[in-house]
Ligand binder design. Structure first.
Ligand SMILES: [Zn+2]
Length: 123
């Protein structure tokens, strides 16, 4: 599966949470976790982008701790303005990664086009 599509479904997951229509099931309903968690985050776009495994470089730990500390280990969803702020940060971080992956794809295509040209030059 295409990494950009995986991250877009992650954006959709957080949008549902922000709209109050969804909850956060962590690893169980995180689109990249379903693929990369069993291999301990190897190849996960979030881990690659932040440079840390288990979403430690993302806004996720803050959201997780806020949920547990303030809302007492209930289902993780929007309960207060702080929840909304943290979920929005997480959604925006997912968008940032989608944009980063798109940019990387464009650069790879450019690089591939260039190497085609150089082949033409010497043959
Ligand atoms: Zn809250």
């Amino acid at each position: 599966m295409n990494k950009i599509k995986i991250m877009q479904s992650s954006v959709a997951k957080w949008n549902r949470i922000i709209e109050g229509k969804g909850t956060d099931g962590g690893v169980l309903d995180c689109p990249p976790c379903r693929i990369y968690y069993p291999v301990i985050c190897t190849g996960c776009p979030i881990a690659e982008y932040g440079g840390k495994k288990f979403c430690k470089a993302s806004p996720y730990p803050e959201w997780y701790h806020h949920q547990n500390n303030v809302h007492g280990f209930l289902r993780r969803k929007i309960y207060c303005p702080e929840c909304l702020r943290l979920a929005t940060e997480m959604r925006d971080y997912m968008i940032e990664i989608v944009e980063y992956l798109k940019q990387k794809e464009i650069e790879q295509q450019k690089a591939a086009a260039k190497s085609d040209e150089s082949v033409n030059d010497c043959c």
